[in-house]
Design a protein around this ligand. Sequence first.
Ligand code: AKG
Length: 225
Amino acid sequence: MSELRVSRHRSKPPPQVASSVRVLSNDCLLFVLEDFLSEEEGDQLIEIARPSMQRSRVTDGKLSEGRTSTSTFLTGARAHDDLVLEIERRIQAAIRLPLIVERRKNVKVMYQHEPMQIVQYGPTERYTAHYDNRAGSLKRSMTFMCYLQEPEEGGATFFPKCVPLCGCDSTTLGIRVFPKRGRAILFWNVGENGQEAMRSLHEAQPVVSGKKAIFTQWLSISEDT
Ligand SMILES: O=C(O)CCC(=O)C(=O)O
């Protein structure tokens, strides 16, 4: 199996919400944004989350050996923290970028109905392959995720069913995005028909050394259908 490996390389000058925005896969509708967040903002988010970090649960609320990180949702007063609100404003700007919007034209409204989640992984910690949109009655149409801390080794986000947009053989599968502070990815969990996007399957590969942290914001859509 070959893969597109998104490395630590940077490109293009800084516009408003990111220094570059790229499509990694058309069939998965997977995008990567560089420098979405500064290192200071990332550190601050980790500090805001620290008091309530707990062993993560999976989408049905249970503990699982498949998800061994710690995490918390930024609820209550923390949901109104100036930095959190600023990042949410930036997410709204990012998801309206022409490169992103033009690939799903019939989307009318995109809203956030869950607080931001902060997740941290130490060595060996991971989240095995899963879909985001199967959280009870939640409709996580789109996932927006940003790396706040990058491990020394391991911890990539892997999409085993994604076909990379790289002009290579279209039968090659797999996109691996490496954590890099400030780098964000976004992808669609539902297809045009409202069904689960089967290619959005993804996993957090185990951290080998160092620590990884991310924030995740799930978005819901209403479509013009
Ligand atoms: O940490 C990652 O790279 C992916 C996290 C993830 O898939 C999740 O929290 O649902």
